[in-house]
Design a protein. Structure first.
Length: 329
């Protein structure tokens, strides 16, 4: 009887050593390695001199990033991959992800050391935040949101929208991305108290204040008034209970005309044969950081259906959450 060969353990080791790549990415970003290569410091001695580290460290970090495809290496000369050039080179980036990587390295990564406690108790860890750490936290989160908004604008077609409600999210960037592509769109922003100043500033900076209104309302209970043909509920549901989310979707349906479009951007657990990794990993991140919830997509669809929203599409944004797109019925 021929024995089947034992499968190799490569996938297990790739997962188990993933933190090594993460930490080296965080440090490569912190010392400016990608910006150095972009400016022509493309050999180990040049990287070491430009970044103020030893040649040994420059070689380790550059080779690690090459092994992960963020750099290419040929005859000892390093070059940036397209994604590294777009997001890791500082001021010249399309979106500079450095603040998000700093958040991951200084806040999220150390916090995961408490994950055993979270597994045993289903409780978040202790963030032990001070003003400086909150600054790092918010800079990182809002940078990642900027990436989400960019991808939202690229992949969600709302060219026919005329009157939008942006409700209770964390960033005006999603509505602003759509408004930039759709000069006919007017948006009412209804955000929780304390957010309105930042939203108004973002609207003014985008040059669309003549097409925007900013209002204050408690996200869990507000009942917006209007006849909106587009509603954004992006980065909302993970912050609220199932009962609160069901009520939010009912309140949003009451503010929308029949046929209106609703977008719900968040991470979701799904029932597909292969779970999308980014969402499943963030289920642990949200819980260990602050106890918020990555809900099963089927549960979210149930709230939406009960409230009078029919989901017509799910869009997975690259490197970002998914978007449920629904129609008011």
């Amino acid at each position: 009887m021929t024995k089947s060969p034992t499968p190799d353990a490569a996938r297990i080791l790739d997962i188990a050593t993933g933190y090594m790549a993460s930490k080296q990415l965080f440090e490569a970003s912190r010392i400016g390695l990608f910006a150095a290569v972009a400016s022509g410091a493309d050999t180990v001695p040049a990287i070491a001199e430009r970044c103020g580290v030893s040649a040994r460290i420059a070689r380790i970090l550059a080779d690690a990033m090459a092994s992960k495809g963020l750099l290419a290496r040929a005859d000892g000369v390093y070059a940036l991959a397209d994604d590294a050039a777009a997001y890791l080179t500082g001021a010249d980036s399309a979106i500079d992800l450095a603040p998000f990587l700093t958040f991951l390295g200084e806040i999220s990564y150390p916090h995961w050391l408490q994950f055993a406690h979270t597994v045993d108790t289903t409780e978040p860890g202790d963030l032990q935040m001070d003003d400086a750490r909150w600054g790092t936290f918010m800079a990182g989160v809002m940078t990642y949101n900027a990436l989400h908004a960019q991808e939202f604008g690229r992949h969600v077609d709302l060219s026919g929208a005329t009157k939008a409600l942006d409700f209770g999210g964390l960033s005006a960037g999603f509505a602003l991305a759509v408004m930039a592509q759709n000069p006919a769109l007017h948006t009412t922003f209804v955000y929780a108290e304390g957010f309105e100043g930042g939203i108004a500033d973002a609207v003014a900076e985008a040059g669309v204040a003549d097409r925007a209104v900013v209002e204050v309302g408690d996200t869990a209970t507000a009942t917006p008034e209007g006849e909106y043909d587009t509603v954004f509920a992006n980065h909302v549901i993970h912050r609220f209970s199932a009962e609160e989310n069901a009520r939010i979707f009912r309140n949003l349906r009451a503010a929308a005309v029949e046929g209106a479009t609703l977008t719900v951007l968040d991470f979701f657990l799904d029932d597909e044969p292969e779970q999308r990794a980014l969402d499943a990993l963030h289920a642990g991140e949200y819980l260990v950081i602050d106890g918020t919830v990555v809900y099963p997509e089927s549960e979210v669809r149930g709230w939406m259906t009960d409230a009078g929203w029919q989901v017509r599409d799910t869009i997975a944004l690259p490197g970002s959450p998914r978007v449920l797109v629904a129609t008011a019925v």
